[in-house]
Write a protein that binds this ligand. Sequence first.
Ligand code: CP
Length: 385
Amino acid sequence: MSLAETVRSTLDGLDEATLDGLRGRSLLLTSEWSAAELEELLRVARAFELLDRSRIPAALFPNELAYALFFDNSTRTKSSWAGAAARLGSSPVIVDGSSTQVEHGETAEETGAMLGMNAHAMGIRHDLILGEGNRFLRAAKQGIDGYLAATGDERVVPIVNLQCDIDHPTQTLADLLWLKKRFPDGIAGRKIAVSWAYSPSYAKPLSVPQGLITLLTRFGAQVELAHPKGYDLMPETIAQAHEFARASGGSFQVTGEMDQAFQDADVVYPKSWGPFDLMLDRVEANRRRDKEGLKEVEKRALERNAQHTDWICDERRMQLTHQGNALYMHCLPADIGSEVSRGVMEKARLDVGREANGKVYVIMALLAVAKAKALQEQLLALVNG
Ligand code: CP
């Protein structure tokens, strides 16, 4: 099948009714979308990838502005947002959250309204403080929606979660896109180990493991979460993972042994996150705007991490996996020599690059399903010239 024929058959597989239901939708948590909607989104993402590889431009939203507000560092997500906006014909506008008036107390709702009055889409990363990130996204959305309604403006401005305290949807959906390529028959029945791993660099957010366990369990995977004592995830995400696994016919379990999670795994996703109690201490220090307190919490988190330097994805552990050959995944950046051995990472270098590359198409799909009328027709028209 030629590339153009593959695009056509991917587009023919889209479901108009599901696409209609996605018009105007923001993505704040994957758990708020149905499995069918997430599958449809990934089909659109795949179509954008194929169009891109066929050098067929998909400038659906010319002369529009796609804002992204970042309250934390980013390499991949920021460049994926910019790449997605540009491919759709829009101009990306990246705003550094620390330079906004939020630092001086301007509320999320006001910020949303002020940026939203100029924007045609808005991505937000607010991932460092438990209990605050997703709440900020929701308040910003209220600000934008309120402004548009009050002014009678029919512009559709979807909000895209570019990582919050609970979830990292563009990452986990890019991960799922990659898994679908590696396992064309689906991930149902596949054992996926989501494991804590040692990091000396910083206390990383909980959103990636939480996002993974609440997404992959929806598609029948056998997800096993491993972490040392004290590195729990938010209890509501654990409860959801159990519930989703029951509903999909998959499974979900938690262990304190990295080796157990790796045993016979088809996929391993070892990455670090911060100790739960210290992540809560960080919330308090942040509320007091106590910069020294925040530094102190970070120091204690790294000392705690250092008690678990043996939690590394190395050649010995990879040998425990299915046929010693599990797919290694990481959202990146990885701490090489700590989270993962140099050898394992070298072997997986191209795989993790391809995993990361899916994010640009996931973001394109999120903006397109939310904003485009008759999307299937428009995309088919691009292929048919
Ligand atoms: N994986 C990920 O979200 O990377 P960035 O932090 O660089 O965006």
